[in-house]
Design a protein. Sequence first.
Length: 444
Amino acid sequence: MALDIPRGRVIVTYGRSLMALTIAHSLGSRGVEVIGCDDVGLTVLSFSRYAKRTFVHASAAEQPDRFIDDLEAAIIRNKPDDGRPYVLMPCFQETRLIARHAERLSRHITVAAPPIAAIEAVDPKDHLLKTARAFGLHVPATCTLAELRAGRTLTAGDFPLLLKPAWGVGGRGIRRIDTPEALARVVEAAPDPEVMLLQQFVVGQDYCLTALFDHGVLKASAAYRNLSQFPRNTGAGVLRETVDDSPFLDTARALFGPLGWTGVVEVDFRWDGTGQPYLIEVNPRFWAGLFHTVESGVDFPWMLYELVTAGQVTTPATPRLGQLTKVGGLYLLAAVQEIADSDEGFAASRAAWKAAAHKFESGKLLDATRELGRALTGGLDVGRTAGRLKAALGTAKNCPNELFRSEDPLVSLGALFVLASLMRHGRLPPELRYDSKASDLMVE
């Protein structure tokens, strides 16, 4: 039987994101008062009916001390005077910084973030590697560029390899290295080898396990895979499918149980469907596919609210296997790019398409439109290509669309959070774009 959970007030960070919108919908639709915040004023939560109000604070990445000062002042200013539950629910990269200052902030509000000691055991990636080895978990063979410079050797049989930064989100900065010669050039040119990891390339598909733990005990979980990404093969998922999470749960329990993890977490695995999945990465926070997991029947924001306000989770959490969701217009671009990269249809205009895709990612919409026009007219077999595009779009025709919500029309019309980011920063929000240099959004 579900508990009668008191409806309180929640501050949700990173209000520009689709993750924050999903959290606001989950909580606001159940009568919880949601306040959004960000370091910019025009955000998706600014237009959502589920956010009562919003406020602006300093950038967590650029001014971390001032961010905490601003956040604490806003927490004190917005504290309920009637004793209702009052919760701070971090959303993205600022989770780590908030967890570091949880003791200070907890004087005024309940902080719904994992303990900082647990976070630092799994994030960044080099910390996860050490912890996973200590726990005997199944991880790809990994070393640092610094170790290579110190004399560690690799043979031709070790390739291909993946070079990745210890810090970063959404596949940022990951490069494939196919030969010893290419690796030698990378090692020579790397400005800071201490923060770069070299990892065995694992055959298989990427899987995302999402979970909620209470002092190391698993309370809810769901897994999904990306059927389509934009940019293709490197960007964020734009078409997702819920899959069975049982192959990944033993590893998750073995990792987060000893850490006493309390809160949400997302874990990346690589798996070929037969052997033991490889543990790849841990994101100690909410994830880009949060809308998908909620639509699949596992409402993590509400269950986290239950946990921190009532001390237990009673909401049923059985994921619907096979559930699909899409990210509107970006799925369309992914479908076009897939055809452009094929050996038919757009073969003659592939260079124009790549230029268009790069401009879309950078937020240069007018230039991108011109390039896309060139791509669509350069040697195109219209009939065959139209058929392929129709078939691709038909796969996701009736699945829920993250960018359009009929019950919250102001954020549905035009996906204003994307437009806000483009207008303010000239680019897509970081959870929806691929940054090959891993140059942004490193908090701490």
